[in-house]
Design a protein around this ligand. Structure first.
Ligand code: DO4
Ligand code: MG
Length: 285
């Protein structure tokens, strides 16, 4: 089962069930206490909740990711770093002075976790992601996003793009928040897949294409099995001495980094696909 957020004809945000590429609008008035997509994800039995909310009287329509909003409500978006060897190698090459930190964090018990975005900094499918004006070297980072309930349970999966200014990050690791957190630095969507509907880990492929003026300029792939940590351990570390009353979204790190001479340009189209979740398309604007 997959859920999405959409805007209706009069501009109201709605929650939809996506089934066989059709959207069934959910009627949230049918259950007390359910007012948002995250309320559904955090309910005791999300599948039952969804079945109760499906309004068969409403017409269905084809799902178009162009019309989907980012599937986030009030959650903070956090991110894990250096969870794949490729990311460790890329950081080591961009930051001569700090290279050993990345080597250490890849094997350390404690993972790298950082705040990536607030909901206002997140864009949905087909919206513009941005390159900072003071960055000359920025890349997208395609990452599996996990939705976490206030009780720290994994309740869904989506696709995230952790846009990263590699020059700012590489100049000094203390600049990491500036390299990572700025307006439109994070894309999420187009849907949230419930855990029951996710394929087995060894079948989860992450794929990223970057097109410039309709020509493919980068294509990379990785597999979830390449991740050096488990999702559960990342979530457990994130929850230590922390509380998330609105839940949280955690981007779980990138295993795909374009070569060091590649930087995004205005108009580039970024397509990220994750098996079982779908396809997230954004344009640099
Ligand atoms: O420390 C740098 C950030 C690493 C990161 O974002 C990733 O590995 O995905
Ligand atoms: Mg990242």
């Amino acid at each position: 089962m997959q859920l999405c957020k959409l805007r209706d004809e009069i501009g109201h945000s709605k929650v939809g069930l996506v089934r066989n590429s059709q959207v069934f609008t959910l009627n949230l008035d049918r259950l007390p206490g359910i007012r948002s997509l995250s309320d559904i994800l955090y309910s005791a039995e999300p599948m039952r909740t969804i079945q109760t909310l499906v309004d068969d009287r409403l017409t269905t329509f084809p799902f178009e990711s162009r019309h989907a909003l980012p599937p986030v409500d009030q959650q903070e978006v956090w991110a894990a770093g250096v969870t794949y060897k490729r990311s460790k190698q890329a950081r080591e090459s961009e930051s001569a002075g700090a290279a050993t930190f990345y080597d250490k964090v890849y094997t350390a018990q404690r993972p790298e976790l950082f705040l990536k975005a607030t909901a206002e900094r997140v864009v949905g499918p087909w919206s513009h992601v941005r390159v900072r004006q003071d960055s000359r070297w920025t890349v997208p980072e395609p990452e599996l996003a996990v939705f976490i309930s206030p009780q720290l349970k994994i309740v869904g999966y989506s696709i995230g793009n952790d846009m990263s200014a590699r020059d700012i990050e590489g100049e000094n690791p203390l600049y990491l928040p500036q390299a990572k957190i700025y307006m439109q630095s994070c894309a999420l969507g187009p849907v949230v897949t419930l855990p029951e509907s996710m394929p087995a880990t060894d079948l989860q492929r992450i794929d990223m294409k970057i097109e410039r003026k309709d020509k493919l300029v980068f294509h990379g792939q990785t597999f979830r099995t390449e991740m050096a940590r488990t999702l559960e351990s990342l979530v457990e570390w994130l929850g230590r001495d922390n509380s998330f009353p609105h839940g949280a979204v955690l981007l779980t790190g990138t295993g795909i980094v374009p070569p060091d001479d590649f930087t995004l340009a205005m108009g580039d189209k970024i397509t990220i696909e994750i098996t079982g979740v779908g396809k997230l398309v954004n344009v640099v604007g």
